[in-house]
Design a protein around this ligand. Structure first.
Ligand code: KIV
Ligand code: ZN
Length: 565
């Protein structure tokens, strides 16, 4: 039974954004945004157990290595470990020339003073000041009106400017966030940000950052994009501001919100690796960056080794990654469904290295991310022919024809069901050999001689039947037809070749050959397979496999039949 409070009527939809020209749906993202990581601040403050110094240092090195140029390293006025970490970065010369550290601070003078103290001696830095602006925060948390809340922002901006002037050796960038922007009336958010810019007097050459957060994601991504585009169109000095977005994932739309916000005019995106952060997390930089990559856009981040990212993040945060995490989860290049496997196998075979990627069910080439095709296909009881065919081809150079795929598939499926899980290529190979290669008993072929006369061949074969050596001879068009004719004469059975296939197992002159035959033996279809050093021998042995499998191999012609013959 539903709980007593389960009632959707408690909730209201977001109000549509009006009074602007919506252009973003027709835009495309063609270049990477400015990336800003908040792993060491927003991510860290959301951990049950915040990172220790060593973990923060390790994550810092990874962020730098990936190519992130703006990194929020903490809230030094509110946390001693964050203060100490900021000092370590500066005093130990850990900040590369092209990287800016960023620190967060509330719009309060004593905290701003301490923040600048923490940054003393840094070459360049972003000072990020914020206050909450939404109606709920104004009315229910602070009990203040619009002007009072705007004043908090303006005062904070003034203090930031004043303290920055005390440290002229540093190249400062100022950042302001109207916290809870998504729940703030958008015209009021513009009013507050205009007021902050009036204090900072940024220019197109020395821009400030205005960071628009979905502090709590309360609406769909298209609504956020509308808010961002409205904001960009109404801000007094748009050309003097870098518009940044900072999205959270309450509705599962953090990445989509950021992506649509880029279409709507945002220049910069704040997020974390793998999406760690308050509640459902921050926007996942890895996902958004690979989304862009998959559209042919250079993300300006090196994400070619996601395993390193996963290992570092999970070890630093203590949080596991979902096996189906977009782009880099353990299972994302694995297809269990037979039709998917078949489509992947066919398209991989046709994919040329010099053409755009066109592989069904694989939106990007897994090898780009250090994953290989090993993980692409697994075979379980849900799989059809595609998966096992792919694995046999890939690992053994065996390309079984379609009719044999149809016969092998249920055997594979049954085995998987019995074993209760996934089968590897070795097991599938063993099943194939065990069921279809039966060229040793009760009949085996020990040797043969062929004489050619025009179109016809005469084949003399020495066979062993239940241990006894015997000879048979027959004529026909080709060795196989001659052999079957000899066999028909011996057994009196009606035998036809329904289908036949052969191939070299690999490249070069000394590779083995595989042969497959489907026979009709006295009205019953039966398949056989053999592998041998030469093609003719493989094909004759494949026939022997088929005959042995038919259960008729030891039958010999009756006296009556022999007399009639
Ligand atoms: O989510 C948020 O609003 C924040 C701000 C401090 C930017 O983290
Ligand atoms: Zn946040």
């Amino acid at each position: 039974m539903a709980s007593a409070t389960y009632n959707h009527r408690k909730y209201q939809p977001v109000e549509p954004v009006t009074g602007f020209t919506r252009t973003w749906p027709d835009r495309q993202v063609t270049e990477a945004p400015i990336w800003a990581s908040v792993d060491l601040r927003d991510g860290n403050q959301a951990l049950l157990e915040p990172m220790n110094v060593a973990q923060k240092q390790r994550l810092w090195h990874l962020l730098v290595k990936l190519g992130i140029k703006e990194i929020e390293v903490g809230f030094p006025s509110a946390s001693q470990p964050d203060y100490d970490f900021t000092r370590w970065l500066i005093e130990e010369n850990q900040i590369p020339d092209d990287v800016s550290i960023q620190v967060l601070v509330q719009a309060r003078e004593e905290l701003i003073a301490k923040t600048f103290e923490a940054l003393k001696g840094v070459n360049k830095a972003v000072v990020h000041v914020y206050n909450s602006t939404s109606r709920i925060q104004r009315e229910r948390v602070f009990g203040m009106g619009r002007d009072e809340i705007k004043d908090i922002a303006v005062r904070g901006a003034r203090w930031v400017k004043e303290y920055a002037e005390k440290y002229p050796e540093t190249d400062w960038t100022f950042q302001y966030s109207p916290e809870s922007f998504t729940s703030t009336e958008v015209d009021y958010a513009v009013e507050v940000c205009d007021a902050v810019m009036d204090v900072w007097q940024p220019t197109p050459e020395k821009r400030c950052i205005l960071n628009l957060p979905t502090t709590v994601e309360v609406g769909p991504p298209n609504h956020f994009a509308d808010q961002v585009e409205y904001f960009c169109q109404h801000l007094n000095r748009r050309d003097s501001a870098i518009i940044s977005v900072h999205t959270h994932n309450d509705r599962g739309g953090a990445v989509a919100s950021a992506e649509l916000a880029l279409m709507a005019g945002a220049d910069r995106v704040e997020g974390t690796l793998l999406g760690n952060g308050e509640r459902t997390g921050n926007m996942d930089i890895v996902t958004l960056a690979i989304n862009l990559y998959s559209q042919g856009v250079d993300p300006q981040l090196d994400l070619s080794n996601p395993d390193e990212i996963i290992q570092t993040c999970t070890e630093c945060t203590g949080l596991p990654i979902h096996p189906r995490h977009p782009w880099i989860g353990e299972l994302v290049y694995t297809a269990f469904s037979g039709s998917h496997q078949d489509a992947i196998r066919k398209s991989l075979k046709q994919q040329q290295s010099d053409e755009p990627w066109q592989v069904a069910y694989l939106p990007i080439d897994p090898t780009d991310l250090g994953r290989d095709y090993q993980a692409v296909i697994r075979v379980n009881s849900q799989s059809g022919k595609g998966g096992m065919t792919f694995l046999l081809e890939r690992d053994f150079g065996i390309s079984i024809p379609r009719w044999l795929q149809l016969e092998l598939a249920p055997i594979v499926q049954q085995t998987s069901e019995q074993q209760g899980g996934e089968l590897d290529s070795q097991i599938i190979h063993d099943l194939l050999i065990q069921h279809f290669v039966q060229d040793k008993a009760p009949v085996s072929m020990e040797g043969y001689r062929i004489e050619r006369a025009g179109d016809n061949e005469t084949l003399a074969a020495s066979i062993r039947v239940e241990g006894l050596e015997q000879s048979i001879e027959g004529k026909g068009k080709g060795a196989m037809a001659a052999f079957i004719n000899a066999w028909q004469a011996r057994t009196g059975l009606d035998i036809h070749v329904v289908d036949y296939a052969e191939h070299a197992m690999g490249e070069g002159s000394d590779v083995a050959a595989a042969a497959y035959v489907q026979l009709n033996v006295a009205g019953q279809r039966v398949s056989g397979m053999a592998v041998d050093a030469d093609t003719v021998s493989a094909s004759l042995k494949a026939v022997v496999s088929g005959l042995n499998r038919s259960g008729t191999a030891t039958q010999t012609v009756s006296v009556d039949q022999a007399q009639q013959a």
